[in-house]
Design a protein around this ligand. Sequence first.
Ligand SMILES: Cc1cc2nc3c(=O)[nH]c(=O)nc-3n(C[C@H](O)[C@H](O)[C@H](O)COP(=O)(O)O)c2cc1C
Length: 436
Amino acid sequence: MADLSINLAGIKSPNPFWVASGPPSNTAYQAHRAFDAGWGGVVWKTIGDPIVNVSSRYSAMNVGGIRMVGFNNIELISDRSPETNFREIAEVKKRWPNHAVIASLMVDTRERWHEFVRRSADSGADGIELNFGCPHGMCERGMGSAVGQQPAVTEKIVSWVMEVATIPVIVKLTPNITDVTYAARAAKKAGGNAISLINTINSITQVNLDNLVPEPYVAGLSSHGGYCGPAVKPIALNMVQSCAADPDVQLPISGIGGIANWRDAAEFIALGSTSVQVCTAIMHYGFRIVEDMTEGLNDYLDSKGFTNIAQLRGLAAPTLKKWETLDLRYKRVARINYDKCIGCNLCYIACEDGAHQCIDLIDPNGYSLGPGRVPGKPIPKVREDDCVGCNLCSLVCPVDDCITMTPIETGEPKMSWSDYQAKMARGEMQPIPAHP
Ligand SMILES: Cc1cc2nc3c(=O)[nH]c(=O)nc-3n(C[C@H](O)[C@H](O)[C@H](O)COP(=O)(O)O)c2cc1C
C-alpha cells in the first residue's frame, strides 16, 4: 500500500483528507468522530468574535432526482466563544497528536489578528487558515470575501498575521474574483506558507414559487449565499490548476470544492493539491465516506505503481496549455457499439438539433439488435467524415461505453493555431474549410 501521509508547509497528517471548515468541524465531539473515522486533518469552523445565526440557513439544487448536486448556505462563522473553540482544539490535539488540527480564523483589526494567531498557536493547533472567502454576511462587515476580493487587502492582512505567526499559515481564497491568481500572489508576497481554495461561490439556488422568495428564507426575506458541493468541482479544479501553474504563486495547495470520493481527491492532487478538504459531502453522507476515499486512493496509487502520494501530485497540471498550442489536425470520431445501443436516439437528436448534423437515422436491417431496441425502428449512424469529434453524442448517451470517441490516424503532421497562422501569413496553405 502506498504511503498516504503528507506534509503541507510543515503541517503533517497521516493522509491528505481533511475536514473543511464548516458545520462538520464545529466541535471537539465532531473532530474526535472525524479522526475515529479516518480523516487525517480537521480545519476548525472559523473562529472569530461570536456571531448570531439565522434560521433557516441552507438550500440545495437537486438535478434529475439526485439531491444536493449544489448546496448553498447563509451561515456565518462559529457562534461559539473563542475560549470554547481554543479549549476544544487543545483537547483534540492532546488526543490526536499525529493528526492535523488547523484553526480557521476571521477577525478585523491588526490587534485582533495578532491576538487570535497567538491564541491558535497556544492551543496547540498545527496551523492556521485565514478565512478570506465567506461571501455572505461577514463580507458585509468588511471580512471574508471582502478581503479575498482585494489582493492589496489580502496582502496587508497576511503580513499582519505573519508578524506574529509561529505555526504555518494557509490563506483560504475566494472564488468570487475575476482571477484567483492575483489573490494567491498577494498571499505569497506577504509571506503566507500555503493557500487553500475554494471557499463558496456567491449564489441564489432557487426561488420558492409559492411565496416568491429565494431559498433559504428568513421571515419572508432571503440573502445571497455560498455555493458548494459537486457542482462547484470544475470551478475549483480550474482555480487550483491556475494557482499551481502560476510561477508567481508556487505555494503548497489544499484543494477544496465538491470533493466527495477518491476520484475527486485524486484529480485535485493530480492538479497540484497536497491535501484535500471536504465539507458538503460530509454534511450529506457523514464522516465514514473517508473509508472508501482512503481505500480507493490507495488502490489507485497501487495500480499506477506509485509508492507514495507525492508521486501523483501535479502530474496533470502541465498538460493544461493555452488553446493555441493544441493540434488542429488531431481528430476523434464517435463510434456506436450496436450491441449496447438501446435505440433511444438521443445521440441523433443532440447532434441534429444541438451540434453538427453528423448522425443519420438508418434502416436497422443488417445490424444486431441491442437491448431494448425495437425491431424495424431506425438506428443512429455516424458519418465519420463529417464528425467533428465534439463528444456531445457520447455525453448524452445514457449507456456506458455505447458511444466511444475514437482517435483517427489522419497521417497529417501536427499543426497548432500558431503554426496555422504562420503558414497562412507565409501563403503556404489555404484556410481550413468550416464545417458545412
Ligand atoms: C454550511 C457551510 C458552512 C461553512 N462555513 C465555513 C466557515 O466557517 N469557514 C470557512 O472557511 N469555510 C466555510 N465553508 C466553506 C467550506 O469550508 C468549503 O470551502 C466549501 O463548502 C467548498 O467545499 P465543499 O464543496 O466540499 O463543501 C462552509 C460551507 C458550508 C456548506
